[in-house]
Design a protein around this ligand. Structure first.
Ligand SMILES: [Zn+2]
Length: 313
């Protein structure tokens, strides 16, 4: 009888470790540093040691353990082969086989954004949906697509990289990915702040409380918009339009039941969701206008939850 499982989310600086019941309860969580030295060769060994330590401490047998589900910050194939995780120093090897060899447990791995989407579907804002798209609005724009309860990984785990949907012609600045005009350049937390600074410099006559802030952040913009600042409201409207249009395009391809919006910028709440929905409805194909919009609920823990779901599936 499998009663327990581990959910692991590997980040560039810390590894989040979660000990779960197979019913989806996060019973314990802790973090260890990600040792990226020597091409990250110690990372899996460190994780294996933590898992063994926890099983010894709680006197849990391998027979009771469903396995370990892992989110990795980079592209990964359906068989568990990572194709270079630049910020971990990893080259090309099979994470599932390696970690399984070290622990004797079943291991499943996926791209971290995709795994987080699965977590939200299982125990977060996407509960009850089987077809959903997770949109993470943070420093960048990330995403994960869930079709019939399963991650749509694509050939190398890059499906759901919605931040790099081309949106605009004539952009002069370069996106982190090397292209110009990506969704992320306008609709991420740093994107909306960038637009604000650019427009404040160009529109000398515009009056706004944001003029008094030295280094405008997305939070400043949403706070000002909630207070009725017309300029801030126009920025929120612009972001809503970009996202509404991008999500309407995504809906044309995958026709989800819901979009789950997460990441730091989603803390703005309803004002953001309303701005996205306003344009989504305008751009969406008629059969897709009813798609629901939900806020993510698991925050930084989504990856651990998704890892467990991955290994249970
Ligand atoms: Zn890009």
């Amino acid at each position: 009888m499998k009663k327990y499982a581990f959910g692991v989310d590997i980040g560039g600086t810390t590894v989040k470790m979660g000990f779960f019941s197979t019913t989806g309860e996060l019973k314990e969580m802790w973090e260890i540093p990600t040792r990226t030295e020597e091409n990250g060769k110690y990372i899996l060994g460190d994780i294996a040691a933590e898992v063994k330590k926890k099983m010894d401490e709680l006197k849990i047998s391998p027979e009771e353990t469903a396995g370990i589900g892992v989110g990795v910050p980079g592209p990964i194939g359906p068989d568990g082969t990572v194709l270079k995780c630049v910020n971990l120093g990893w080259g090309i090897f099979n994470v599932e086989k390696e970690l399984s060899k070290m622990t004797g447990l079943k291991v499943k791995a996926g791209n971290d954004a995709n795994v987080a989407a699965l977590g939200e579907m299982w125990q977060g804002g996407g509960r009850g949906f089987k077809d959903m798209v997770m949109v993470t609005l943070g420093t960048g724009v990330g995403g994960g697509i869930i079709i019939d309860g399963h991650i749509l990984p694509g050939i190398n785990g890059a499906a759901g990289e919605i931040g790099h949907i081309p949106m605009k012609e004539g952009e002069t600045e370069t996106c982190g990915c090397g292209k110009k005009g990506c969704l992320e350049q306008y609709a991420s937390a740093s994107g909306i702040a960038r637009t604000a600074k650019k427009r404040l410099a160009e529109e000398k006559d515009t009056d706004s409380v944001l003029r008094n802030i030295a280094d405008v952040t997305s939070k400043d913009i949403f706070d000002a918009a909630k207070e009725g600042d017309a300029f801030a409201l126009s920025l929120v409207d612009e972001v809503g339009k970009m996202l509404g249009k991008a999500l309407a395009s995504i809906a044309c391809v995958v026709n989800p039941e819901a979009f789950v919006i997460g990441g730091g910028m989603s803390k703005a709440g309803d004002i953001l969701i309303d701005a996205i929905r306003k344009y989504y409805v305008e751009y969406a194909f008629h059969a897709e206008r009813e798609t629901e919009f939900k806020l993510a609920e698991l925050g930084n823990n989504a990856g651990m939850f998704g890892g467990v779901k991955l290994v249970l599936d």
